[in-house]
Design a protein around this ligand. Structure first.
Ligand code: HEC
Length: 173
């Protein structure tokens, strides 16, 4: 427990040095926030999960038709990918590579993943349009790929899944 007098002295010294009184109190506030979330058992130590409102706002910022995506259906369709892919930041490569940050990234650029020659030579930068074609028919789009996924034929399901992937991988337009 600090005595009120010593807090005042610290603030006064900090202010005298270069007006750091503000950041001193800001730090105290974030420390107590961290303590509060640790106490409530959340994993805020790594990265706070996005809330529903934040996800909706992010989705609304995307170009059509992705701003119309049904995230619940997208999440359900991601069930088709989950056995081979993680989407969390730094998630493991499994049969397929981790997909975090895939939007705006060149195909076959995750380190420590052994891609097929077909995708390494494809010279694609992933965006919603390329993903839409890829997910409709991976082997038709990139003959020789080792992604053994039959394809998602319904265009609305692809829109929903891509919208979901954009939000979950933190894509900012
Ligand atoms: C049976 C396993 C499997 C399933 C199911 C699967 N994938 Fe893949 N995926 C792979 C493999 C393997 C690769 C690497 C392809 C290569 O090297 O040719 C890959 C590659 C990818 C890539 C390219 C990543 C990069 O770094 O360039 C994307 C994007 C992708 N998958 C998305 C999906 C989505 C979305 C789904 C669900 C609709 C899905 N995949 C389903 C195995 C799978």
């Amino acid at each position: 427990m600090r005595k009120p007098g010593s807090v005042f002295a610290v603030a006064a010294v900090a202010a005298a040095l270069s007006a750091c009184g503000q950041s001193q109190s800001g730090q105290d506030a974030s420390n107590s926030q961290a303590a509060a979330s640790a106490a409530s058992g959340t994993s805020a130590a790594t990265q706070p999960a996005m809330g529903e409102a934040e996800k909706k706002a992010l989705l609304a910022s995307y170009a059509a038709p992705y701003n119309q995506a049904d995230l619940a259906n997208g999440e359900a369709k991601f069930g088709l990918c989950r056995s081979c892919h993680t989407i969390t930041p730094g998630g493991a490569n499994m049969t397929g590579p981790n997909l975090h940050g895939v939007f705006g990234q060149k195909a076959a650029s995750k380190p420590n993943y052994n891609y097929s020659d077909a995708i390494k030579q494809a010279n694609i930068t992933w965006d919603a349009q390329h993903l839409d074609q890829w997910l409709a028919d991976p082997k038709g789009y990139l003959p020789g790929t080792k992604m053994t996924f039959a394809g998602l034929k319904d265009a609305n399901d692809r829109r929903d899944l891509i919208g979901y992937l954009m939000v979950e991988t933190g894509f900012k337009p």
